[in-house]
Design a protein around this ligand. Structure first.
Ligand code: G3I
Length: 305
């Protein structure tokens, strides 16, 4: 197949990208989006601060622009993200305790209801574990409402949109030996054993020289899948250039293809110039929209090469 999504579809997988609503008028950007991808994630437009800027007042304009584009093009939509310690509107940052818990659950319910039936997978909770060797939850206003805030969010999401796959999403969870990876694994294991509704784990996969693609990546993905959840690579980007970057992209793609329940890959932007990274060239297309060596490597692996 000659495009990323068609090649991914050979094995029943999707290939997605993060999309910014204000770039949907850029014809180069939209041309690549429509040609190469069959899944989208709103890069910022479905975050809490974007959707509920004032408590109880929801603003779906920019998010709906992305959703409508995706639906017109027959693309899947990954929802990102219902509950997160970051990108909270000021009113939520100022809250605590049971009032915050209620406000968070109301946000989950309202947003998942608004998009009911249109979301392939929701990142219900994002980045709830601490970095480093503790394996602890990340301290945040949400965590301080009680350790059960994550499962409460998943239950509210399931009730509001029973058809969406519900994911836990995080970064630095790629290396199987990492304490954070182990901690997320134990949470998913616990949720599965107690019937907390969780369907998938998202691996953001932001790689650079400080956090390279681990050699045991396949092991990590397989071990999570063996808990009975899908795994998805949700925000892939890899610093570097040329053949070494291409080799890293090849390795990540191979790791996903080697795991039956790795159902899709999303890159975190289209051209290098679209990346959240202020400098660097971490994506599959150059600033002019040309295909990089990394693109050709991913396509070849998806095609079985
Ligand atoms: O839109 C405003 C603009 O009006 C304002 O003038 C400008 C000044 O700061 O800010 C603009 O908003 C920025 C927004 O991106 C859109 O460009 C925010 O400041 C900036 O913080 C925001 O960064 C996003 C970041 O998440 C916020 O947490 C990045 O685009 C986005 O790529 C990044 O994505 C995250 C995932 O959600 C979670 N995983 C990590 C990933 C990378 O950091």
């Amino acid at each position: 197949a000659g495009t990323l999504w068609e090649a991914a579809q050979r094995t029943g997988r999707y290939f997605g990208t993060a999309v910014a609503a204000n770039k949907l008028s850029d014809s180069t950007y939209v041309g690549i989006l429509n040609r190469e991808f069959n899944s989208v994630t709103a890069e910022n437009e479905m975050k809490i601060d974007a959707l509920e800027p004032q408590q109880g007042q929801f603003n779906y304009g920019n998010a709906d622009r992305i959703v409508n584009h995706a639906i017109q093009q027959g693309m899947d939509i990954r929802g990102h993200t219902l509950a997160w310690h970051s990108q909270q509107p000021q009113w939520m940052q100022n809250m605590s305790g049971s009032a915050l818990r209620q406000a968070m659950l109301n946000h989950v319910t309202q947003v998942a209801t608004h998009y009911r039936g249109r979301i392939h997978s929701w990142d219900v909770v994002n980045e709830a574990f601490a970095d480093g060797s503790s394996g602890a939850r990340r301290d945040s206003n949400l965590q301080r409402t009680g350790n059960d805030w994550i499962e409460a969010a998943f239950r509210a999401a399931r009730a509001a949109d029973p058809g969406a796959k519900l994911c836990y999403n995080d970064y630095n969870t790629d290396d199987w030996s990492h304490a954070k990876t182990q901690a997320v694994y134990r949470m998913v294991q616990d949720f599965k054993s107690r019937g907390v509704p969780i369907d998938c784990v998202g691996f953001q996969a932001h790689f650079n020289s400080a956090s390279p693609v681990p050699s045991n990546y396949h092991t990590t993905l397989q071990n999570f899948a063996d808990l009975g959840v899908d795994v998805q690579i949700t925000e892939l980007d890899i610093e570097g250039s040329g053949s070494s970057q291409a080799d890293n992209y090849r390795g990540v793609t191979q790791a996903c293809l080697a795991v039956a329940r790795c159902t899709g890959i999303t890159v975190w932007g289209i051209r290098d110039s679209d990346s959240w990274r202020a400098s660097g060239t971490p994506l599959l297309f150059d600033n002019s929209g040309g295909k990089k060596a990394a693109y050709h490597a991913v396509l070849e692996v998806l095609n079985g090469g």
